[in-house]
Structures are given as structure tokens and as C-alpha cells.
Design a protein around this ligand. Sequence first.
Ligand SMILES: NC(=O)c1ccc[n+]([C@@H]2O[C@H](COP(=O)([O-])OP(=O)(O)OC[C@H]3O[C@@H](n4cnc5c(N)ncnc54)[C@H](OP(=O)(O)O)[C@@H]3O)[C@@H](O)[C@H]2O)c1
Length: 288
Amino acid sequence: MKRLYGVIGFPVSHSLSPLFQQAAFDSVGLDAAYVPFEIPPERLEEALEAMSLFGVQGFNVTLPHKESVYRWVSSRDPVAERAKSVNAVVLKGSSWHGTNTDVPGFRSVFDLFLKRTGKTIPENPLVFGAGGSGRSVVLALLESGVTRLTIANRSLERAEHLRGELQWIRPESVINVAGLSVLEEEDAAFDYVINTLSRNAFGEDFPPLSNINVQSVLGMMDLSYRPDGGATPFLAHGIDRGIPVEDGLPMLLEQGAMSFEVWTSRPAPRKAMSAAIEKRLGRPVLWR
Ligand SMILES: NC(=O)c1ccc[n+]([C@@H]2O[C@H](COP(=O)([O-])OP(=O)(O)OC[C@H]3O[C@@H](n4cnc5c(N)ncnc54)[C@H](OP(=O)(O)O)[C@@H]3O)[C@@H](O)[C@H]2O)c1
């Protein structure tokens, strides 16, 4: 019987996951289908209960359901526990197990980006955002040994809360928090700038960048990406200044590849997955 996988989110129609996950299943000859499930928050519980009924074996979770699914699953990996968020779920026996591939997915892609730009550990990164993916990024940075970083967020309270929750991971690290307009007072010489703010938080520009001194910046990474493959407003600033940039597509692929491995216990066909995206976008996706 065909095995069923999918992604739940709201909205989800823009998601590229069905494209590259289906390519992955097809390329290894697994008789499986990967489908998008657009589920509004008020119907999430119902939809999750129906997953077993419809024979779903595993699924990804995207905005805005990652925290709710974290609470819903029967068991979780340590990384999901630390991230307090689940983006990949697998059926184990008759119960659902949650994991988080955003954290290792970001870390793997960011490590390669660091290598390309000449470092192994950032010395003073700036992270825009204190939402779910801001949390994943800060967690990954602390776990990789970063000793100083700044979180800048519209809601200062949310950034302070995030610092309070993650400081224990590396108690000796200095975590600064700032609003989006007072960065200069906090620190000047950032070496990497990572954006986790919602896509199009500011429309076609990214005003907070005008508050930082980009002279010291070695690389900029955006977790968002444009469905047409073009530069995000955040990355356009870096491109204009000749700074190396990376968008969210390599991370999207890597978290997806890691999800595939959780579901199938076999190595993900990463080349087939990126080829599917590259064919759709008509440009290379820097990945591995
Ligand atoms: N490439 C990947 O694999 C990958 C993985 C995960 C997420 N992402 C992307 O990352 C982005 C954020 O996702 P998330 O899960 O972190 O979302 P989230 O939990 O909803 O957090 C949203 C963040 O954006 C800020 N924000 C929203 N609207 C804003 C506005 N108008 N002005 C200023 N700040 C604003 C929020 O600030 P406040 O706290 O002040 O509200 C918060 O920091 C999404 O675009 C998502 O697609 C990509």
C-alpha cells in the first residue's frame, strides 16, 4: 500500500516541501505520497487525530503549528524538548513521536556558510527575531559554542524571555537583547547577521539594517526565501554591499532531508531533492 506523508500548516500552498519530498521518495523508489494539509489553528486537534485514521506515517509541521504539535505528540527528542517546537513527526508503533530538524538543519547549513566565509565559529552574531525560528537559531548558536550574541526583536519582552529560557545552555555566554531600532547602542561589530523575522515583515525593505554598522559583517543569512528564488529584502542589503549571503532554501532542504531520514531510516537523496527545487526556480541552490 502507498505510504502517506505530508506537511501541515496555515497557509501551506506556497510550501516547496511537497515538491522536493515527493522527488526524494520517487528517487529512492519508495511507493509514497507527500501532500500539503492546510489546517487552520481551530481545526488542528481534529486534523491531528485524523492523521492515524488516514494512515499517515509521518509529517512535517510549519507555521503556526510547531508549538501546538510539540504539546500534542506522545514523545519527543531532546532537541525538540530544548527548542519547545516540533517540525517533524513520525509514527512509532501506535503513537506519535516529535522531533526538531530545524535546529540541526540550520546548524549544518550555517556551518558550511561559515566555512565559505572564513570562520568556524561566529564571534559576535546578531539574530533578528525571537519567535520560533529565532529560538532554533539561538539554540544552535549556543550549542555550537558561541560565547557572545545579540537578539534583536520588535518585542523586547519576547527577546528577554528567550534569553531567560536559553541562557542555561551556555551560562558563560553573553546574550544581549535589543529592539529593532536601538542596535547601535547595544553593539557595533557584528560578524554574522541572521534574519528570522517573518517573511515580508517590512514589505520590500528591511529598515533595521540601517541601524547597524555593516563594515564588520562577513556574512548574512536569511531563514526566509522568495518563492521565485530572488533575493529577500534583507539579503538585498548584503548583496548591494558585496557581503556573502545565503537564503532559507538550503536550510529548508536540509531540515527536509533530515525529516526524510527520520521517517525512512535511510539516507536522504539530497541531490534529487535540490534538483527538484533548482528545476522549479531555474537557479542553483547552494547546498552541500
Ligand atoms: N528556511 C527554513 O527552513 C525555515 C524554517 C523555519 C522558519 N523559517 C522562516 O522564518 C520566518 C519566521 O518564522 P517563525 O516560526 O520564527 O515565526 P514566528 O514564531 O511567528 O516569529 C515571527 C518573528 O517575526 C517578528 N515579526 C513579525 N511581524 C513583524 C513586523 N511587522 N515587524 C517586525 N517584526 C515582526 C516577530 O516579532 P515579535 O516577537 O515582536 O512579534 C517574531 O520575531 C518565516 O518566514 C518562516 O518561513 C524558515
